[in-house]
Design a protein around this ligand. Structure first.
Ligand SMILES: Cc1ncc(COP(=O)(O)O)c(C=O)c1O
Length: 370
């Protein structure tokens, strides 16, 4: 990538992988796909990912914040966009002006929304969020029908959807999702029987979209698997999925140090023998966490980070790659020759999940689209 050569560190996003993964889920579930592009598309870049997902047949986008929805609109994304969670009442007018659908779970939200709809002259398209067991946002199932009735009768309001969110879909061997789904079906049936069926009923995240056909309803909300990242060990992506993100940098310096030389702040690492050490211009300010055990690929070989990760740099032991030169490509996530480091490998080292690894890639790291 020529443009990437001007960067110290960058991520490459393979949009054909996003398209491939969306097409698979669309075929596999047979229902509409909402591309979940919150948090800058899990670090991948919201606008480019949204457009790739729509090209591949997704028909909705999902975001977490009003600003995220506005960014999509300002960049020409015209599909329905659902804000999945909380929007401050002060942001309702902005959200409605930008034709964002909003989530609601309490009667108190409805009259300010109806008021905002009348003041901006645009409908408030609302999705009733039912808390069937995640205990985050949502109406309790026993209150849902009454809320649906209030929604359907409010002026300027379109009762567009009803949805829930699973807490353990990535652990398909446990029964919780079954129980949540049963509660949700009861709520939806009561709403339908009272003649209020909204346009879309939805529940599934990636793990449920891949493992629970019964949870597909009208639409699946596809996040982590769209990026080719596994929802969990127990709910992996099928083999046809491809990860979209690779994180790269270069060797900015290579030096041979004598034994006994301390490396980086605190000298936690000290060379035992004469040792080839490489410096790479990536650090914790880029999202490369300041934790022990980091690795990178150089010359197709996995090599250890040594010493503390700095804000903008980290050092590598290059004993296994004696021919390494300044300017050589270094891969933090992705493939180099036969060697590979996945977001899941890093998550295991950092004691977290692949979601957090992708979201951690810093705002200053340019995204280069392939
Ligand atoms: C309400 C809601 N739906 C769907 C998703 C997508 O989940 P996943 O990335 O596991 O597919 C999320 C992500 O956290 C979410 O909060």
């Amino acid at each position: 990538m020529d443009s990437a050569k001007t960067y110290s560190t960058w991520v490459e996003i393979d949009l054909s992988a996003i398209e491939n993964n969306v097409r698979y889920v669309s075929r596999h579930t047979g229902v509409q796909v909402m591309a979940i592009v919150k948090a800058n598309a899990y670090g991948h870049g919201a606008v480019a990912v949204a457009k790739a997902a729509l090209r591949a047949g997704a028909s909705w986008c999902g975001v977490a914040r009003v600003e995220e929805g506005v960014e999509l609109r300002q960049n020409g994304v015209a599909c329905p966009i659902l804000l999945l969670g909380y929007a401050p009442p002060e942001s309702y007018a902005l959200a409605l002006k930008n034709d964002l659908s909003l989530s609601v779970w309490s009667a108190e939200q409805i009259s300010p929304l109806a008021h905002a709809a009348s003041s901006v002259g645009a409908p408030a398209r609302l999705h009733l969020k039912v808390d069937t067991g995640m205990s985050r946002n949502g109406a309790q199932p026993e209150d849902a029908l009454q809320l649906a009735q209030i929604l359907a009768g409010a002026p300027g309001v379109v009762f567009e959807g009803v949805f829930t969110h699973f807490a353990l879909a990535d652990e398909p061997e446990r029964h919780v999702t079954q129980e949540q789904e049963a509660r949700f079906i009861q709520v939806c049936q009561a709403i339908e029987e009272s003649g209020l069926r909204p346009q879309v009923i939805h529940a599934a995240n990636s793990a449920a979209a891949l493992t629970r056909p019964s949870a597909a309803f009208d639409l699946v909300r596809l996040g982590i698997a769209m990026y080719g990242l596994h929802p969990s060990r127990q709910a992996p992506c099928p083999a046809e999925f491809r990860p979209a993100l690779a994180w790269k940098t270069v060797l900015s310096q290579v030096k041979r140090l004598p034994p006994g030389r301390g490396v980086s702040y605190g000298h936690e690492y000290v060379t035992q023998t004469e040792e080839l050490i490489g410096t790479m211009p990536v650090g914790y300010a880029d999202g490369f966490h300041r934790l022990k055990g980091n690795q990178a690929l150089v010359s197709g070989v996995k090599v250890p980070v040594v010493g503390r990760v700095c804000m903008d740099y980290a050092m590598l032991s290059l004993q296994a790659t004696p021919a390494a030169q300044p300017g050589d490509e270094v891969v933090l996530i992705g493939r180099q020759g036969e060697a590979h480091i996945s977001a899941e490998d890093i998550a295991a080292r950092w004691g977290t999940i692949n979601y957090e690894v992708a979201c951690a890639v810093g705002a200053r790291v340019p995204r280069v689209y392939l």
